[in-house]
Design a protein around this ligand. Structure first.
Ligand code: PEP
Length: 256
């Protein structure tokens, strides 16, 4: 069986102003022992990316990667309000989230745009985290695996098998994000296993065995270990709990 290194990410969303973002990044970098056992990234809001990169690098701990919560796929031009991949790289971002449920369901992004962003992110040399997951309505209609399979097929269209080394999947059931409700470990494992089967269908068994699949949705210190202990769960994408240093570090520890 493929050995997959766990990966944990902190998605700070539209939270934390400069001082608090820098202080949290500094505290995480100080206490995260240079990650032999787990990969770690944090995603602050755009205006503070450079400050957070500086804070992490000041600790001489380049093992904490800094990521962007979004990007536009075009290289430059008349796209008011958008941020290019070259700009993100310029300030030190090395990870990119695409398809987060808040971008799909609050902002209204569709699979085609998400696919363009993912491919542009890979071409720019970033590690890209593709978020997928079903709504409550879809779950109740027993469509979880079909929705995930569709979001994977669209999101990863045009991606070569070799490029999958730079792709991480985050399974985040929409109904579990920021709600305090978490999938049971059994349900999460079942969804992750189905995601891996879809990856095998799209890219073959070898690639499917190597791609890391994070779970996201109200992960907390007290549920992280049992979730991360499931065979196809390779760490987590953490929202609310990544804003508190002790909780976030306890979750990182649970992934080791
Ligand atoms: C997220 O934003 O990706 C997330 C999983 O949020 P939370 O942990 O707060 O549910």
């Amino acid at each position: 069986m493929a050995q997959r290194k766990p990966i944990v990410g902190g998605n700070w969303k539209m939270n934390l102003h400069r001082q608090d973002a820098v202080a949290l990044a500094d505290a995480v970098a100080e206490r995260f022992a240079a990650g032999e056992q787990v990969d770690l990234f944090i995603c602050p809001a755009f205006p503070y990316l450079a400050h957070v990169v500086e804070a992490v690098e000041r600790r001489k701990n380049v093992h904490v990667q800094v990521g962007a919560q979004d990007a536009y796929d075009q290289p430059e031009g008349a796209y008011t309000g958008e941020v290019s991949l070259a700009m993100l790289k310029d300030v030190g971002a090395t990870v990119l989230l695409v398809g987060h449920s808040e971008r799909r369901h609050v902002i209204g992004e569709n699979d085609l745009l998400i696919n363009r962003k993912l491919r542009a992110g890979l071409e720019a040399g970033l590690q890209v985290v593709l978020c997928v997951g079903e709504t409550l309505e879809q779950r109740e209609a027993r469509q979880t695996d079909a929705i995930n399979a569709g979001q994977l097929a669209y999101g990863l269209a045009g991606v070569a098998a070799e490029q999958m080394a730079d792709v991480v999947i985050a399974y985040e059931p929409v109904w579990a994000i920021g709600t305090g409700k978490t999938a049971t470990p059994e349900d999460a494992q079942s969804a992750h296993a189905a995601i891996r089967r879809q990856l095998a269908h799209l890219f073959g068994d070898q690639v499917a065995g190597q791609v890391r699949i994070q779970y996201g949705g109200s992960v907390k210190p007290d549920n992280a270990a049992v979730l991360f202990g499931q065979a196809d769960i390779d760490g987590g994408l953490i929202g609310g709990a990544s804003l508190k240093v002790d909780d976030f570090l306890a979750i990182i520890d649970a992934a080791k």
